[in-house]
Structures are given as structure tokens and as C-alpha cells.
Design a protein around this ligand. Structure first.
Ligand code: SF4
Ligand code: SF4
Length: 125
């Protein structure tokens, strides 16, 4: 009998999208082609508008200011905390987290318990 996958221990709907505040979200050429198609842009234009080059030369998602974190990925909806390009998001966003637990979510829930506040959003800059 196949073993059952462990139950998912995080709930993105209760999270302000910590993962989308990560400063260096890599964007591959395949990701860029997908985003370019979505916005009917050339790959070059999509690269210029949506990404920038990190200090180590990696192509990463551009950020913008946020009201919870200092900045988030430019595609995060700042109000409802959802991804506005969900169907066409980069592969790394599809793959995260790679297990049934999310470290960010565990951290948030632990802090909420310490503060005895179900709404508390700990922010580490
Ligand atoms: S940080 Fe974790 S729980 Fe929060 S949105 Fe991202 S994957 Fe979901
Ligand atoms: S593309 Fe979407 S899922 Fe990926 S970091 Fe940006 S807002 Fe988050």
C-alpha cells in the first residue's frame, strides 16, 4: 500500500505572505516567457519591467513597498495578500515550501501563541 503524504501543516490564507517578502526570488528564462505571454510583452520587456539583477548576477523579482513588510514582490496584492499572477507565477513560488511544513508559518504561529494574539504578525527585517 502506498504511504499517505503528510498532512499540510500551514494555511496560506491565514498568512500575510512572508514568502513573497523574501528579497531574492529568482526568475528563470522559462518563468519570464510565461510572464511575458500573460502580459503580451516581449521577453526583454518583461525582464526589464518585472525583474532586476541581484549583486551575484541572479535575475530576481522586482519588489515594491508594502504596509506589512518593508517590501514584497511587485505581484503581491497588498490588500488581500494573494498573488496576482498565480497561474503564471515563477517555478520557485510553485515549489515553496518543499515540505508539508512552512517555516514562516510555524514562526508566525509560535509568536502568536507567545503574544496570546491570533492576529499578531511578527515582522523580522
Ligand atoms: S509563507 Fe508559507 S504559509 Fe505564508 S503564504 Fe508563503 S507558503 Fe503560505
Ligand atoms: S510571483 Fe506571486 S507567489 Fe511569487 S513571490 Fe510574487 S506574489 Fe508571491
Amino acid at each position: 500500500m502506498a504511504s499517505k503524504a503528510p498532512k499540510q501543516q500551514f494555511d496560506c490564507s491565514k498568512c500575510p505572505a512572508y514568502c513573497c517578502s523574501y528579497p531574492t526570488i529568482p526568475v528563470t528564462m522559462r518563468d519570464l516567457r510565461r510572464l511575458a505571454r500573460r502580459f503580451e510583452l516581449s521577453v526583454e520587456d518583461a525582464e526589464r519591467r518585472f525583474t532586476k539583477t541581484a549583486s551575484d548576477g541572479t535575475r530576481i523579482m522586482r519588489h515594491r513597498k508594502d504596509h506589512i513588510f518593508p517590501t514584497t514582490c511587485r505581484f503581491l496584492d497588498g490588500d488581500d495578500r494573494s498573488c496576482t499572477v498565480y497561474e503564471d507565477r515563477p517555478q520557485i513560488c510553485r515549489d515553496f515550501p518543499s515540505s508539508h511544513r512552512c517555516g514562516y508559518f510555524d514562526f508566525m504561529m509560535w509568536e502568536r501563541k507567545q503574544q496570546d494574539d491570533d492576529e499578531y504578525v511578527p515582522v523580522v527585517v
